[in-house]
Design a protein around this ligand. Structure first.
Ligand code: AMP
Ligand code: MG
Length: 353
C-alpha cells in the first residue's frame, strides 16, 4: 500500500484540507495524525475491522485497548454509560487536553476497539489538527500511538513514516507534538478514581478536582514485579524500548556524573558503542564523552517532549549501552520517569545505596 503524506500548516487550518483524510476514515482506512501528546494512528472506532487494521499495522497485541478520540464533551455520553459526576468535573477542567478517561462502555463500542474489555477510553484532544479531523470525518477516532508496537512513541511525522510507511493510507504532518508524552489516563469505571498512566496532567492536578485519586501500583513501580498486575492491559508489555540497553543512574549530581563516566569508560573498553543521556544543565560535568542532551531541568516540558526523539536518535546512532541521568524531583517527573524506567527495563543504579 502506498502511504500518502500531507502537510498541514497549523497557522492556516482549512476544513477542505481534511476531506481526503475524512473520506479514508469513513471508508474504514487508517490515517496517522498529530495530537498535543504524540502522533496517533486513527481509524473509525465503531468499525471493528478498522480497529483490527490498527492492531495489524502496529503489530500490537489485540488485548491492548485503543483510546477513542471525540470532538465534543457530550460525545462521551454516546460511548460511555453510568458516567460518574467526576467525569464531568474532570472534562470541564482538562478537556480539550491530554487526559484520557476510562468509562463503562455502551454496546455500540466494539470489543475490537476495547481489547475485549467492558470499558472504553475516551479523550478530547486540544490539537487543532486532531480536532478538525474528528469534526470533518464525523466519526469517533480510535487512535493509539502511531508507532510500531515496542518502539518509542512518535513525536514527529518522520517517526511515523519510519514505522508505518506502506502499512497505512495516510499520514498528516503537523510538525513536532507539543507535549511529547502520551495522555494521562484516569479510570472512572470503578469505586474510586485510579490513575493508570501519568502524563502532563499530574496526580496533584487530578486530586485538586476529584479529591481522591490513587495511582495504580504498576505505574509507580520502580522494579518489574510479577506480583503487581497492571489494571490496564497495555501496561504489562515492555514499552518504549530503544534497541540499546539503558541504565538509569540515580543519586547526587556529582556522584551520578562520576558513576556514568566510569560506566561509559568500562563500556568503551569492552568494545561497545556507548552514549550518555543527560540534562543540559549537567553537560559540563561529563567532559568530552558522547552526550545526548535531552532538555532543561529548569523547564521539564523540554525533557518530556524530547525523551522519545532522543531514544529514536540513540537507535539511529547505533548506541548499544546508554547511561542516563534520572529526572526525579521535577514537576513532570512521574510521567517522564514512568516512560524512562520502562525503556530501561527497570535497570537502575543508585549511587547513594
Ligand atoms: P496508546 O494509545 O498506545 O498510548 O495506548 C492506549 C493505552 O490506553 C493502552 O495501552 C491502555 O493502557 C490504556 N487503555 C485504553 N483503553 C483502556 C481501557 N478500557 N481500560 C484501561 N486502560 C485502557
Ligand atoms: Mg503506545
Amino acid at each position: 500500500m502506498e502511504t500518502k503524506v500531507i502537510k498541514i500548516d497549523r497557522k492556516n487550518i482549512e476544513q477542505k484540507d481534511f476531506e481526503e483524510a475524512a473520506r479514508i476514515l469513513r471508508s474504514g482506512g487508517l490515517v496517522a495524525f498529530p495530537t498535543e501528546t504524540v502522533y496517533g494512528l486513527g481509524g473509525n472506532a465503531l468499525d471493528p475491522s478498522a480497529s483490527q487494521k490498527i492492531y495489524a499495522a502496529k503489530g500490537r497485541p489485540s488485548d491492548n485497548p485503543l483510546i477513542v478520540h471525540i470532538a465534543e464533551v457530550s460525545d462521551m455520553e454516546k460511548l460511555g454509560t453510568d458516567i460518574p459526576k467526576e467525569a464531568y468535573a474532570l472534562a470541564g477542567r482538562f478537556w480539550p487536553g491530554p487526559m484520557t478517561m476510562i468509562l463503562k462502555k455502551k454496546d455500540i463500542v466494539p470489543k475490537e476497539t476495547t481489547g475485549g474489555l467492558d470499558t472504553v477510553a475516551v479523550r478530547l484532544p486540544s490539537d487543532m489538527i486532531a480536532r478538525t479531523l474528528i469534526k470533518v470525518s464525523g466519526v469517533f477516532i480510535a487512535a493509539p500511538s502511531a508507532n510500531s508496537s515496542g518502539r518509542p512513541s512518535p513525536t514527529t511525522a518522520e517517526h511515523v513514516i519510519e514505522d508505518l510507511s506502506g502499512k497505512i493510507d495516510m499520514i498528516i504532518d503537523g510538525g513536532h507534538c507539543d507535549i511529547g508524552l502520551e495522555s494521562s489516563i484516569i479510570d472512572l469505571s470503578g469505586d474510586k478514581p485510579l490513575i493508570l498512566r501519568p502524563g502532563f496532567i499530574t496526580a496533584e492536578d487530578f486530586k485538586n478536582v476529584v479529591g481522591d485519586a490513587e495511582y495504580d501500583k504498576a505505574v509507580i513501580a520502580k522494579k518489574a514485579d510479577k506480583n503487581i498486575v497492571a489494571k490496564a492491559p497495555g501496561m504489562k508489555y515492555k514499552h518504549y524500548a530503544p534497541k540499546g540497553q539503558i541504565t538509569i543512574v540515580e543519586g547526587t549530581r556529582e556522584h551520578v556524573a562520576e558513576k556514568i563516566a566510569a560506566l561509559y569508560e568500562e563500556g568503551i573498553r569492552s568494545g561497545k558503542k556507548c552514549a550518555v543521556m543527560i540534562s543540559e544543565e549537567n553537560s559540563g560535568l561529563y567532559g568530552d564523552i558522547k552526550k545526548y542532551l535531552i532538555g532543561k531541568r529548569s523547564d521539564p516540558i523540554t525533557i518530556a517532549s524530547h525523551l522519545f526523539d532522543t531514544l529514536r536518535l540513540l537507535d539511529e546512532d547505533g548506541a548499544e549501552l546508554i547511561f542516563s541521568e534520572s529526572f526525579d524531583g521535577l514537576n513532570l517527573s512521574e510521567a517522564i520517569m514512568n516512560r524512562l524506567r520502562k525503556a530501561a527495563g527497570y535497570s537502575i543504579i543508585n549511587t547513594e545505596e
